[in-house]
Design a protein around this ligand. Structure first.
Ligand code: PEP
Ligand code: MG
Length: 587
C-alpha cells in the first residue's frame, strides 16, 4: 500500500483479474447479515410459520430459476449450474426439511430455525474431506441468506440500479451475487480476496468488467462515494486519485473500449491471414469452467488442457469416472468437431501433489516430473488414459504427452495407451481408435530429435515455457534470470524452426501452447515458419486473429531466416518491430 496523505491518493496492489480500466465512485457491498429476531412461537402459530417459510422458499426458488436462465444466456451452462444446484438445496430434506422440523419441534420462529440449520449445515460441509463438498458450504450460506431476505421482505442489495456505473468494493462475491449484478451498473470490481481463478474473477472476465482481486486491506481504505480507479491490467487500485490521473485513466479506458469494439468484429470468424492461409487459434484451459470462457472469447477449440489442476488441491486422486466427466465436459462445450488436445498429467516442477508422496528433489524441474512420473506409476497413468480415450468417443479429442525427452518414453507411453484401449475393449466401452497422439516439445533433446519423433507421432505442440528454461538453463520461476528466459533468444528460435521443419518433412502438423504463441510480436515470426496451431489464454485470441488478418504469410518466411541468424534476443525483438507494420497496435 502506498499512502499519499491521510485521505489523499492511495494505491493498493492486488491481482489484475479482468483487463480494462474503470473510473467510478465506490459502492461498498453491504449484506443484510444478522438482525433477525428470535422468538418462541405461540400456541397455534406453527402452521402459519411453516407457510411463511414455504412462501419464502418459493420466492427464492423463482429467483434462482430466473438467475439460472439469465446466466445460461449470458455465460453458459457451466455458470448456470451454480443456480440449478442451489435450487436442489431448496428441496433437500436435510436442509429446508430440517428448518421445518426445527419450527415444529422446537417451537421457534422461521428466522431462528433457518439461522440454526444454515449454520449447522455450513459447518458440516466445511468439515468434510472432499473439496467439492467443502465448496458447497458457500452455496448453503448463499441460499440461507436469500431465504432470510425473503422471510424479512428485504430487497436484494444488488437488484437495485446504482444510478451511475460504480466500482463495487467487497471482500469477495458469492456466486449468486456476481451473477445478479447488472453489468451496465458496475464499471469495475475491487475485491479484497480472491485470485485470478476465483469465482468473481472468472465472472468479471466473462462480463468484460475490469477487476482487481486479492487487494488486501482495500476495504479499510475506501469510503462509500470515493473515486476509485481499477487498473485491471496491472492490478492496481487508485483510491481518491487527483484530476490528472483520472483524466489519464479515462483516456486509457476509452482507448481500450474502442479497441475491444474493433476486435469484436473478429469473433466467430475463421482465423485466416490476408493471403488466405488458415491457422487454428485455440485456448489453454485448466478445467471445464475455462472451456466456456475460452469459447466465448472466440477460441476454435482447446490446444492444451492442463489436466493436473484436476489432481491438485485435494487429498486423493480423481478416479476414471470423475476424469472422464471433466474431459468430456470440455468436449461438450466446443462440440464434436472442434479439436480438444488433452495433455496427460504434468505434475512436478512447480506443480506439487502432496498426496503422491513424492520425495523432495534438489532440482524439481529436472526431476521426476510429468511423463517420467506417469511411466513410473502405470496404474495412475492408465486410469487417465482410459478417461481420455472414453472422452474421445464424443468429439475430436487428441492426446498429448508432456516433457518427452526420449523415444523410449514415447514408446512406453504408447504401449500403456494400447493396454488402456484393451481394458476398455474388455469392458465394452467405446473410444475413438484413430485418436491422434502427439507430444509436447519442451525439452531440447526432443527438439533436436524432432525428425525421429515426427515418424512416430501425429503432431507436436511446442511448450516454449519449458523449452526456453531448459535451452537457456534459466529457471522460469526466477525473476533474476528473466532476461535469459526469453523466447526471442536466437537459440530458442533455431530450435523452434528445426521442429517445424522436421514435422513438415513427415507431413505432421505443429502447434505451440507456451506463452510465446499468444505474444503478438512472435505471431508473425511463427506464422512465417509455418506453425499451424496457436494455443493461448482466452483473452489473447481475438487480438491474435486481428493481427493474423493483417499479415501476408508469403512475405514472412524471411523473418525466421534472419531472426535465427541474429546475435541477441534484443536484436530479434527490434528486428521484428521494424519488419512488421503496425505491430505496436497489438503490443
Ligand atoms: C510449456 O512448458 O510451454 C507449457 C505449455 O506447459 P506448462 O506451462 O504447463 O509447463
Ligand atoms: Mg511445460
Amino acid at each position: 500500500m502506498d499512502e499519499g496523505g491521510e485521505w489523499g491518493h492511495m494505491q493498493v496492489k492486488g491481482i489484475g483479474a479482468s483487463p480494462g480500466y474503470a473510473v467510478g465512485k465506490a459502492v461498498i457491498l453491504k449484506r443484510h447479515d444478522g438482525g433477525a429476531e428470535r422468538r418462541r412461537l405461540r400456541e397455534g402459530e406453527t402452521d402459519a410459520e411453516l407457510a411463511r417459510l414455504r412462501q419464502a422458499v418459493e420466492r427464492v426458488s423463482r429467483e434462482l430459476e430466473r438467475l439460472a436462465d439469465e446466466t445460461m444466456q449470458r455465460a453458459g451452462e457451466e455458470q448456470a449450474k451454480i443456480f440449478s444446484s442451489q435450487m436442489l438445496l431448496l428441496q433437500d430434506p436435510e436442509y429446508v426439511g430440517a428448518v421445518e422440523n426445527a419450527i415444529r419441534e422446537q417451537g421457534i420462529n422461521a428466522e431462528a430455525a433457518l439461522d440454526d440449520v444454515t449454520a449447522m449445515t455450513v459447518e458440516m460441509f466445511r468439515g468434510l474431506e472432499d473439496e467439492y463438498l467443502q465448496a458447497r458450504a458457500a452455496d448453503v450460506a448463499d441460499v440461507g441468506r436469500r431465504i432470510m431476505d425473503a422471510l424479512l421482505g428485504r430487497e436484494d442489495p444488488l437488484g437495485q440500479p446504482f444510478g451511475e456505473p460504480v466500482i463495487l468494493a467487497a471482500d469477495d462475491l458469492a456466486p449468486s451475487e456476481t451473477a445478479r449484478l447488472k453489468p451496465e451498473s458496475v464499471a469495475g470490481f475491487a475485491m479484497e480476496l480472491g485470485s485470478r481463478t476465483s469465482h468473481s474473477a472468472i465472472i468479471a472476465r466473462s462480463l468484460g468488467i475490469p477487476a482487481v482481486v486479492g487487494a488486501k486491506g482495500v476495504l479499510s481504505q475506501i469510503a462509500a462515494g470515493d473515486v476509485v480507479i481499477v487498473d485491471g491490467r496491472s492490478g492496481v487500485l487508485h483510491i481518491r486519485p487527483d484530476e490528472a490521473l483520472i483524466r489519464e485513466y479515462e483516456e486509457k479506458r476509452d482507448a481500450h473500449r474502442r479497441r475491444m469494439r474493433e476486435l469484436e468484429a473478429y469473433r466467430g470468424r475463421p482465423s485466416v491471414t490476408a493471403d488466405g492461409r488458415r491457422v487454428e487459434l485455440v485456448a489453454n484451459i485448466a478445467g471445464p469452467e475455462d472451456a466456456w470462457e475460452a469459447r466465448k472469447a472466440g477460441a476454435e477449440g482447446v490446444g492444451l488442457y492442463r489436466t493436473e489442476f484436476l489432481f491438485m488441491g485435494r487429498s486423493a486422486l480423481p478416479d476414471e469416472e470423475e476424469q472422464f466427466n471433466a474431459y468430456k465436459a470440455a468436449v461438450d462445450v466446443f462440440g464434436p468437431e472442434a479439436p480438444v488436445v488433452i495433455r496427460t498429467l504434468d505434475i512436478g516442477g512447480d506443480k506439487e501433489l502432496p498426496h503422491l508422496g513424492l520425495s523432495a528433489e534438489l532440482n524439481p524441474f529436472l526431476g521426476n516430473r510429468a511423463i517420467r512420473l506417469c511411466l513410473e506409476r502405470p496404474e495412475m497413468f492408465k486410469t487417465q488414459l482410459r478417461a481420455i480415450l472414453r472422452a474421445s468417443h464424443y468429439g475430436n479429442v487428441k492426446l498429448m504427452y508432456p516433457m518427452i525427452s526420449t523415444l523410449q518414453e514415447l514408446r512406453e507411453a504408447n504401449r500403456l495407451l494400447e493396454e488402456a484401449k484393451r481394458e476398455l475393449d474388455e469392458r465394452g466401452m467405446p473410444y475413438n481408435g484413430a485418436m491422434e497422439v502427439g507430444i509436447m516439445i519442451e525439452v531440447p533433446a526432443a527438439a533436436l530429435m524432432a525428425d525421429r519423433f515426427a515418424r512416430e507421432v501425429d503432431f507436436f505442440s511446442i511448450g516454449t515455457n519449458d523449452l526456453v528454461q531448459y535451452t537457456m538453463a534459466a529457471d522460469r520461476m526466477n525473476e533474476s534470470v528473466g532476461h535469459l528466459a526469453d523466447p526471442f533468444q536466437p537459440a530458442v528460435i533455431r530450435l523452434i524452426r528445426r521442429v517445424i521443419e522436421a514435422a513438415a518433412r513427415e507431413g505432421r502438423w505443429v502447434g505451440m501452447c507456451g506463452e510465446m504463441a499468444g505474444t503478438p510480436l512472435a505471431i508473425p515470426l511463427l506464422a512465417g515458419m509455418g506453425l499451424h496451431e496457436f494455443s493461448m489464454s482466452a483473452g489473447a485470441i481475438l487480438p491474435a486473429r486481428a493481427l493474423l488478418a493483417r499479415l501476408r504469410v508469403g512475405g514472412l518466411a524471411h523473418l525466421a531466416e534472419t531472426a535465427a541468424n541474429l546475435d541477441t534476443a534484443e536484436e530479434v525483438a527490434e528486428f521484428l518491430r521494424r519488419e512488421v507494420p503496425d505491430i505496436a497496435d497489438f503490443e
